[in-house]
Design a protein around this ligand. Structure first.
Ligand SMILES: Cc1cc2nc3c(=O)[nH]c(=O)nc-3n(C[C@H](O)[C@H](O)[C@H](O)COP(=O)(O)OP(=O)(O)OC[C@H]3O[C@@H](n4cnc5c(N)ncnc54)[C@H](O)[C@@H]3O)c2cc1C
Length: 382
C-alpha cells in the first residue's frame, strides 16, 4: 500500500460511516487511472470510483481503501447536433455539458439538482432520473453507450455514440445505476432533446397536503404533460410548482389546460420562470453528515408516505416529485419507520447511515458482480 499511497499524494476524503479519511486520487489521464486500478487490483485493495463526491450517502461505511475520482477527466468528446447526441468524459459537470449542447439548440436530460457540482459519471452511476423524468423518462433510457474501466485495468466500450442499433449486450444499461460497484465509468454518450423556446411556471400555495396532491393529480392527466412538478413544505403550507416548457404554442396550450383544471395558480414566465424552476430543482437536500431517506413509491401512495414521515419527523422538509413518486428527506433512520414505508410498497434507500432492513444482494446479483468484478475490487453501492 505504501508505494501506492505515495503515488496518491496528500489528497484525503472522508467517506460517510468511516472514522478515518481515505486516500483520494484524481488522475489527469486515463493511463494514470488504469495504472492505479491495476496496482490496487494486484494489491487486493478496494476502490470506490467517485466524481465530485457530493452524493456518497449511499456508500455509507463502504470498505474502501482508496477513492478514485474522475473529476480531472472532463470535456466533451463529440457533439453531433444533427443526430442529437453528445459524448463526454465522466468528470464533466452537468452544467458544463448542458452549456455545450445548448449552443446547438439542445437540452440535456436528466436535469439534476445543483448541476455545477454533479459529474456525468456520478449522475449515471447514481442511476437517478431528474425532475424532468415526467416528460422524458429515466436517465438510463438516454444513455446510448459508455467506455468503462474494469477492475483488471481493461477499457471496454458498450453501445455507441449515435442513435442507432448497436450489436451486443447493452451493458451500459447495467452500468447505469451500478453506483460504483461494477466498473469505473470513463465516458458516456447521451441522447439529447430540443431546447425549450418558452417556459411558464405555476405556483400553488396550499393549506393542506391533500389539497396540494389533488392539484398535482389534476396536472397529471393527458394531454397535459408538465416537464417537472415539485412539492415542498413551507412552514404551515405546501407549495406545488409545475413547470411547462417547449415551443411557445405548446406552453400556451398547456397553460390554458392548467387554468381549466385548477384554481389559484400564480404564474411567471420567461427568465422569472427559469429562476423559479432552478430554485425548486436545487432545493434537493444536500448529503451532509445527516442521515436521509430516498423513497420511491407509486404516486397514489405519496400522501401516505408523507403522513408517515411527518409523524416520525414533524419538522422535516421532504423534497417531493409527487407525480414521479419520489421523496428525499433528511431524517434520523428508524427501523420501524423504514419497515412501515416498505410495507406500503415503497422502495427505501437509506443514505448516510446503515440500513436497518437491508435485503442484501440476490444470488443472481452476486453472480453478476462476480462475473464483472471477480476480485471484488469495486466497493460502491450495489
Ligand atoms: C439529495 C440529492 C438528490 C438528488 N436527486 C437527483 C435526482 O432525483 N435525479 C438526478 O438525476 N440527480 C439527482 N441528484 C444529483 C446527482 O445524481 C448527484 O448529485 C450526482 O450523482 C453527484 O455527482 P458526483 O459527481 O458528486 O457523484 P459522487 O457523489 O462522486 O458519486 C455518486 C455515486 O456514483 C458513483 N460514481 C461516481 N462517479 C463514478 C464513475 N465515474 N464510475 C462509476 N461510479 C461512479 C459513486 O461511487 C457513488 O456511488 C441529487 C443530488 C442530491 C444531493
Amino acid at each position: 500500500m505504501s508505494a501506492l499511497a505515495e503515488r496518491l499524494g496528500p489528497l484525503r476524503c472522508q467517506l460517510p460511516g468511516r472514522d478515518t479519511e481515505l486516500p483520494l486520487a484524481a488522475p489527469e489521464s486515463e493511463a494514470a487511472l488504469v495504472e492505479l486500478i491495476q496496482e490496487a487490483s494486484a494489491g487486493g485493495l478496494k476502490v470506490l470510483p467517485i466524481g465530485n463526491g457530493t452524493r456518497l450517502g449511499g456508500v455509507f461505511g463502504a470498505p474502501a481503501d482508496l477513492l478514485l475520482s474522475t473529476r480531472a477527466l472532463s470535456g466533451v468528446v463529440a457533439y453531433e447536433p444533427g443526430d442529437g447526441t453528445v459524448t463526454a468524459l465522466a468528470g464533466t459537470t452537468m452544467s458544463d455539458l448542458a452549456g455545450a449542447v445548448a449552443v446547438g439548440g439542445h437540452r440535456l436530460t436528466p436535469d439534476v439538482p445543483r448541476p455545477r457540482e454533479a459529474t456525468l459519471g456520478g449522475v449515471i452511476a447514481d442511476g437517478l432520473s431528474g425532475g424532468d423524468r415526467l416528460r422524458f423518462g429515466p436517465t438510463r433510457h438516454h444513455v446510448l453507450g459508455m467506455r468503462v474501466l474494469s477492475s483488471d485495468g481493461e477499457i471496454t466500450k458498450t453501445g455507441g455514440r449515435l442513435v442507432k442499433n448497436v450489436t451486443g449486450f447493452e451493458l451500459h444499461r447495467l452500468y447505469a445505476g451500478s453506483g460504483g460497484s461494477l466498473c469505473l465509468i470513463l465516458e458516456a454518450s447521451l441522447r439529447l432533446f430540443a431546447a425549450p423556446a418558452a417556459r411558464a411556471c405555476a405556483t400553488f400555495t396550499c393549506s393542506s397536503l391533500e389539497a396540494a396532491l389533488d392539484i398535482a393529480e389534476r396536472l397529471s392527466a393527458p394531454p397535459l404533460e408538465p416537464t417537472a412538478v415539485y412539492l415542498s413544505r413551507k412552514e404551515s403550507s405546501w407549495s406545488l410548482i409545475a413547470s411547462l416548457d417547449g415551443r411557445s404554442e405548446r406552453v400556451e396550450r398547456e397553460r390554458a389546460l392548467v387554468e381549466e383544471r385548477t384554481q389559484g395558480a400564480a404564474w411567471c414566465e420567461g427568465a422569472d420562470a427559469d429562476a423559479l424552476y432552478t430554485t425548486a430543482r436545487d432545493e434537493a437536500p444536500r448529503e451532509t453528515e445527516a442521515s436521509a431517506l430516498r423513497i420511491s413509491v407509486r404516486p397514489s401512495r405519496v400522501q401516505q408516505v408523507l403522513h408517515l414521515l411527518l409523524r416520525h419527523s414533524p419538522n422535516s422538509a421532504p423534497y417531493v416529485h409527487p407525480l414521479a413518486g419520489t421523496v428525499e428527506v433528511i431524517t434520523d433512520v428508524d427501523s420501524a419507520l423504514c419497515a412501515e414505508l416498505r410495507a406500503l410498497g415503497a422502495s427505501v434507500r437509506v443514505r448516510g447511515a446503515a440500513d436497518p432492513g437491508a435485503a442484501g444482494a440476490s444470488a443472481l446479483e452476486g453472480r453478476l458482480k462476480k462475473a464483472v468484478d471477480p476480485h471484488g475490487i469495486f466497493c460502491g453501492e450495489a
